[in-house]
Design a protein around this ligand. Structure first.
Ligand code: PLP
Length: 431
């Protein structure tokens, strides 16, 4: 046996099947809207259309029912949802918000939109969500909220984090973009904080191209979210809103087309999530005895929905650096069809967010260093070493892939497993 990277025959040549979830039901929804001629129902004024059209309201009703929450508020992206959430909870310039360094950037950047300062806590070595002990170390008298991410599809340590938040009077914004249908002690991810946010962008479990849904059980927060979504400043008088702080509104509205597609997608969420779970469980079972790998661990009491499959790699046991192992692995397996350009098996996920230029240079709004320059009492670290666990995962330990998404067959999964074993067994060739 010779590794494909050294000229041997690869384990597999045929591309893996694409993750294609749009079907007749979504087409019917889109046509229903196109035939109506009304592609958006919103009006940015206090009016019966302030809340959007029938598809948007239909989706919100169905989403709220599905996730057992009082309010679901659609937006045009999860990023918009995060920004709206920061505004709704009343974050002020100079407040500190604890965020994770290991996520899509928006979940760390959102506080800056309202002049608040992101403070990076570290992540858990086994589960990759924010670590509660690290959160505690980041709390100051200026801390107002935590934005916590259910990373890779696993809910955060909700009870422990809630206890800390309660003790210090902090709000929890849960970014569940990667975790629709995941659960913690029988409660859905997204419903474990004060406000939860889902994404419907093309890369997520279910999608409508671009879109997001915010959920909350709090009536006042729901109203503030609806206002920020839709030109609040022009609506507060008509609606008789008294608390006008952070009520400069944006246009975060979802179209009727996206809402109609998302309604059809919501019906597919459970079967799609369950298939991911079954495939991930199969991979875990097959890979768990390979000495240099630790397949994803599931927090006690949780259901993981595997947005990505994140495997820890032990370079001491393998005797080969991670990135070399990955290069060899990639040569053994093709990409998922349609994802050829995305780097199908990756060394880790995003770079620790504080290492990005915006944080390194402390330049966000304008060129004068606002908000940091305006609030010198806040001086969070963005230096290398700020979140050592995150850095270790990113630079050394994680192997991330999507080679298990529906409609992967057992044979497809067996090819993935065979590639891992082949590279392990032939690792001497990589020395
Ligand atoms: C995808 C994603 C987002 C952003 O979603 P959009 O809908 O593209 O704005 C935010 N947070 C996390 C964790 C994500 O995975």
């Amino acid at each position: 046996m010779k590794l494909a990277i050294n000229g041997g025959a690869p384990v597999r040549k045929d591309p893996f099947p694409p993750y294609r979830v749009i079907g007749q039901e979504e087409k019917d929804g889109a046509m229903r809207v196109l035939d109506s001629g009304r592609l958006s129902g919103f009006l940015g004024a206090w009016h019966e259309y302030f809340y959007g059209g029938p598809e948007v309201r239909g989706l919100e009703e169905e989403w709220a029912k599905y996730f057992s929450v009082k309010h679901a508020i659609t937006v045009n992206s999860a990023t918009s949802g995060l920004f709206a959430a920061i505004g709704a909870i009343g974050i002020e310039p100079g407040d500190e918000v604890i965020v994770t360094p290991y996520s899509m950037s928006a979940s760390a950047v959102a506080p800056l939109v309202y002049g608040a300062i992101p403070v990076f806590a570290d992540i858990e070595p086994d589960h990759f969500c924010l670590d509660v002990e690290s959160i505690k170390r980041c709390i100051t008298s200026r801390t107002k909220a935590i934005i916590i991410v259910d990373l890779f599809g696993l809910p955060y340590d909700a009870e422990a984090v809630r206890a800390v938040a309660k003790e210090h009077g902090l709000k929890i914004i849960e970014d569940a973009a990667q975790a629709p249908y995941a659960s913690y002690k029988g409660k859905f991810a997204g419903t474990l904080g004060d406000i939860g946010i889902f994404s419907l962008n093309y890369h997520k479990h279910i999608h409508c191209g671009e879109g997001g849904v915010i959920v909350t059980d709090d009536d006042e927060l729901a109203e503030r979210l609806q206002l920020i979504r839709n030109h609040a400043e022009s609506v507060v008088v008509g609606k008789g809103v008294e608390n006008i702080s952070n009520m400069l509104g944006f246009n975060y509205r979802m179209t009727e087309l996206e809402a109609a597609v998302a309604r059809a997608q919501l019906k597919k969420l459970a079967p799609l999530a369950k298939e991911r779970q079954a495939n991930a469980a199969y991979l875990t079972e097959k890979l768990k005895d390979l000495p240099c790998l630790t397949p994803p661990k599931v927090r006690t009491g949780c259901e993981h929905v595997y947005y990505l499959h994140a495997i820890r790699y032990d370079k001491e046991r393998a005797g080969v650096p991670r990135d070399k192992f990955i290069e060899a692995l990639k040569a053994e397996l093709p990409a998922i069809q349609g994802k050829e350009k995305e780097g199908h098996i990756r060394g880790s996920y995003v770079k620790p967010i504080y290492l990005q230029p915006m944080f390194q240079k402390r330049i966000a709004m304008g060129s004068g260093g606002f908000p940091w320059s305006a609030f010198p009492a806040s001086n969070p670290s963005y230096q290398p070493g700020t979140a050592p666990v995150c850095e270790k995962m990113f630079f050394e330990e994680l192997i991330i892939h999507e080679h298990f998404t529906p409609p992967f067959s057992r044979q497809d999964l067996d090819d993935v497993v065979a590639a891992f074993y082949k590279v392990w067994e032939c690792r001497g060739e990589l020395a």
